[in-house]
Ligand binder design. Structure first.
Ligand code: ADE
Length: 420
């Protein structure tokens, strides 16, 4: 165990460890909580990581699973296995991999394979675009690279279906190139090792971790491929998403998340949700104190639930009056009720609710189904999707989705309506 390894091990003993000569120091951990700690730059982290490789390799030599693509890691076998493993568990992949290798033992056989046979070999693994890309890439390898997969990760990246992880995996596992192979499991391991609270779903964070691993590998580790495999192994068998087995971890002492007691909250995975925004004008149409509600379509957002009718966009009083008059109604007054946003998973509604009193007051039993035609007032009709109800009945019998809760509250508390 070298000096750098000891530097990592001493981290938990002092808040500001003094690093041995040549080993970069960490920021003052007492001053900044782990999750927000400014991460040292990639070179510093590369040094820390490189110092932890010997223990990682010892763990790999001792504990690794013996998997077919690891035992004979030719570029072709590594490539096919990594593509299969992208969305499928190791145990499920094994028999598919063995059969695929028997049927198509090299890149020439893959390039020449009839599509139906190829699909049969892949059947059950799903995500068929993977195998289509695999064959297109095989054709290019035959045509442009003499049937030999390139060893340079940048060149590999130009082939269909090969992203930065797969390019790094082929280069490192098969050719021993010191290239980073950082997938989701490896990101988890590294985020914990450095107690890095950044969002690992952010591509910039992934790139930064790749730079760190590249830096660590460039420091002269003798087995770059095995380091990559060992990181995967650690993530799959020890540093698992839930309940990591820290007591079995070769980085038990060096891992900052374990030292800081934050393994369960790392890594941070924040999905960026881009929500569509819509504005709507919601009509609280009062027919003599009874309000019109309408059932939504059977499919889509809030399917089959009742709502107040609405118009797209924010409408002026004139537009609202014109809309109602065109439907044979006589608007008496239009007054603001409530304005608020309602946030769905993929959508934000900006709602502008208005009270609209109309002159028509249908003398119908409650719950008479009404149809709201394109240019007719609500008309009783069997199977009609509208109802005229008192606010209390809406509250008690036809509760509207929470998107409309402030408007239901507005009609319930509105002065001047008949007591409910
Ligand atoms: N998952 C992705 N790549 C893997 C590999 N090479 N070994 C085990 N599991 C993996």
């Amino acid at each position: 165990m070298g000096l750098q390894r000891r530097a990592v091990l001493t981290l938990k003993k002092t808040a500001t460890p003094t690093a041995p000569a040549g080993v970069p120091d960490l920021p003052d951990r007492a001053a900044v909580p782990a999750h927000t700690a400014e991460t040292p730059d990639s070179a510093e982290r590369g040094a820390l990581l490189a110092a932890a490789f010997p223990a990682l390799l010892a763990f790999y030599d001792r504990e690794r699973r013996h998997l077919p693509w690891r035992e004979e890691p030719t570029p072709y076998r590594v490539w096919v296995s990594e593509i299969m493993l992208q969305q499928t568990r190791v145990e499920a992949v094994k028999p598919y991999f063995e059969r695929f290798m028997r049927a198509l033992p090299d890149v020439y056989a893959l390039a020449a394979c009839p599509p139906d046979t190829l699909h049969k070999l892949w059947e059950g693994l799903g995500y068929y675009s993977r195998v289509r890309n695999l064959q297109r890439a095989a054709e290019l390898v035959v045509r442009d690279y003499g049937g030999e997969l390139p060893r340079d990760p940048k060149t590999l990246l130009t082939l269909p279906g090969i992203g930065s992880y797969t390019a790094g995996a082929i280069a490192a596992f098969a050719y021993g190139v010191p290239a980073p192979a950082v997938d989701g499991n490896v990101l988890r391991v590294l985020a914990r090792f450095f107690a890095d609270g950044r969002n690992i779903l952010d591509p910039r964070v992934k790139t930064d971790f790749e730079t760190t691993v590249a830096d660590a590998l460039s420091r002269g580790t003798p087995r770059p491929g095995d380091v990559g495999q060992a990181l995967i192994e650690l993530g799959a068998t020890v540093c698992t998403p839930a309940n990591p087995a820290c007591e079995k971890c070769p980085w038990h002492d060096a891992c900052r998340a374990r030292q800081d007691g934050c393994t369960s909250t790392l890594p941070c995975r924040e999905k960026k949700t881009t929500r569509r925004e819509e504005s709507r004008t919601v009509l609280l149409l009062s027919f003599g104190g009874r309000y019109l509600i309408r059932r939504r379509p059977d499919r889509g957002l809030l399917a089959s639930l009742y709502e107040f009718p609405s118009l797209d966009g924010f409408r002026t009083e004139e537009e609202i009056r014109a809309y109602l008059i065109a439907r044979g109604l006589t608007p008496l007054s239009v007054a603001p009720a409530a304005d608020y946003p309602h946030v769905f998973t993929h959508l934000v509604w900006h709602l502008h609710g208005v009270f609209v009193d109309v002159a028509e007051a249908f003398d119908l039993p409650e719950e008479t189904p009404l149809a709201l035609g394109g240019n007719t007032p609500p008309t009783p009709a069997p199977g009609g999707d509208c109802l005229l109800l008192t606010p209390a009945r809406i509250r008690d019998v036809y509760p509207l989705p929470s998107a409309f809760a402030p408007l239901t509250a507005a009609i319930l508390t509105r002065k001047g309506d008949k007591p409910c």
